[in-house]
Each structure stands twice: as C-alpha cells, then as structure tokens.
Design a protein around this ligand. Structure first.
Ligand code: ADP
Ligand code: CDP
Length: 227
C-alpha cells in the first residue's frame, strides 16, 4: 500500500524502542491501508459536453442535487487557477479571453487533483475534454475512460443568447469571444463527441426548452444507472 511518511516515522521510533512492537504496528498499518485501498470504489465518470451556453453547468447542478454526483467544472477550475497567485494565471487569462483551449497538462492536473480529493465516486466532469488533445492527456494522466458522455446539443443562436445573458462578469462572455469559442467548439470538440459516439458512450440531448424541461430528458438516464 502507499506508505504514509508520518506512520513510517512512528513505526521507526517504536522500532528503536522495541523492535517487535515497531514491526507489529507497521504490519498492522500495512494490512489496514491495503484493506482501505481495496475498499475504494473506482469512480464512475461522466463527461458533460456541449457548446458554450448549451446549459452544461445548469444541468450538472441538477444532476448533482438529484443523483448525488460531484460536479467538477473544468472552466471553474481554470477560472479559480486564473484568479489565484500562480505562474500560469496570466497565460490562462489570455487563452480564455481568446476562447482558445488551455494546455491539456494544466487542465488535466486540476481535474485529477479534484477527483482525488473528492470523496464521491460518482463524478460529472463539465466542459471537458474540449479537444482530442485534452482527451488523450486525460487518458494518459488519469488513466481511465469515461463511463458515459452527455452531449447537450443546442442551436448556435440560442447558445449566443444564453451566454450574452449569463451576467456573471466573465471575461469571455462577449460577442467577439463567443464567436471564437463557437468556432473552437466545432473544430476541436465535435471530434471528441464523434470519438465517443463511435464507442457507444454518447447520450445526446436536445438542449432547447427550459432548464426543467431539459432535465426531464436527463433524469431517466441517471435514474436507470445502478451505481
Ligand atoms: N434551458 C435554458 N434556457 C434558458 N436559459 C438557460 C437554460 N439553461 C441554462 N440557461 C442559462 O444560460 C446561461 C448558460 O448556461 P450554463 O449552464 O452556464 O451553460 P454552459 O455551462 O454550457 O456554458 C446561464 O445564464 C443559464 O442560467
Ligand atoms: N477543458 C477546458 C475547459 C475550458 N477551457 C477554457 O475555459 C473557457 C470557459 O469554459 P467553460 O466550460 O467554463 O464555459 P462554456 O464554454 O461552457 O461557456 C473555454 O472557452 C476555454 O478557454 C479550456 O481551455 N479547456
């Protein structure tokens, strides 16, 4: 099992006082750690995709509330990184302002840490992967594939309208950046959806209508999962 250095120190100290006690405590620790590791359930991962403003975040909140999922938003993780003091903040700011895709290593590592620190094994990853490069980096770094991919299919005019009304003070919710984001979505994100469609993992939902109406189309899918 992974060794906790604090425990190693404790066992070392005990060992010097009384080697049998040290060995006993260490072997007991190893046994319990192994048991804990094998009891951990492997995560059930759902990628939630769709164009900017298609309603991914809104539906994720409802799924999380109703079905007990953890909601990890790639965009929120990047915005948090952008507003904290770190070496990547200026670069992330520039890329988001331009509607481009942040280097995969950065986003995947933020998601990996969020998955690791979540106690929930049912996880929604909202707004990721945005490109084949994102997808391949996730497979390499996190080492798993999604169990399910939700795709909110929404007409462009509706997405533009929603984003312009979002009113959250985001640097990318303006008409110039939205046009760029829509182009990036078509060029880089649709191939990811096609990749998972070919694997039979995509559940496509027409994202027109009210948020409640759309959730009624999402609900049966999650209600049918036995996880
Ligand atoms: N079905 C809907 N009809 C109208 N407005 C919506 C709908 N779903 C979400 N919105 C609003 O549109 C904006 C974008 O939704 P959001 O969930 O943030 O989309 P995304 O995460 O895909 O960018 C938000 O202001 C949200 O309140
Ligand atoms: N996997 C991701 C997700 C978001 N992003 C960046 O974050 C921006 C906002 O993403 P978001 O998912 O919060 O917003 P929407 O496109 O859903 O409105 C994107 O336009 C990208 O610039 C990224 O680079 N890589």
């Amino acid at each position: 099992p992974p060794v906790d250095t604090k425990w190693l120190e404790v066992c070392g100290t005990l060992y010097y006082r009384n080697c049998e006690v040290g060995i006993f405590v260490y072997s007991r620790y190893c046994f319990l750690a192994k048991e804990g590791a094998s009891n951990q359930r492997s995560p059930f991962i759902t990628f939630v995709l769709g164009g900017p403003g298609s309603g991914k975040g809104t539906q994720c909140v409802k799924i999380a509330e109703t079905f007990g999922f953890a909601h990890l938003s790639a965009g929120d993780l990047l915005r948090k990184e952008m507003s904290s003091d770190n070496e990547n903040r200026a670069m992330i700011w520039d890329i988001i302002k331009e509607g481009k895709i942040v280097p995969s290593e950065i986003t995947v590592n933020l998601i990996r840490r969020a998955i690791e620190s979540s106690k929930n094994h049912k996880i929604l990853i909202d707004g990721f992967p945005r490109s084949d490069e994102n997808r391949i980096a996730f497979e390499r770094i996190v080492g798993v594939e999604p169990d399910l991919v939700l795709f909110f299919d929404c007409p462009e005019e509706e997405m533009v309208k929603r984003v312009l009304n979002r009113n959250q003070g985001r640097i990318d919710d303006n008409i110039e950046t939205i046009k760029k984001r829509l182009k990036v979505f078509e060029k880089l994100n649709l191939p990811v959806i096609n990749h998972y469609s070919a694997k039979g993992k995509v559940y496509k939902i027409n994202a027109e209508g009210t948020a409640d109406e759309i959730f009624e189309k999402v609900r049966p899918l999650f209600a049918s999962l036995s996880i």
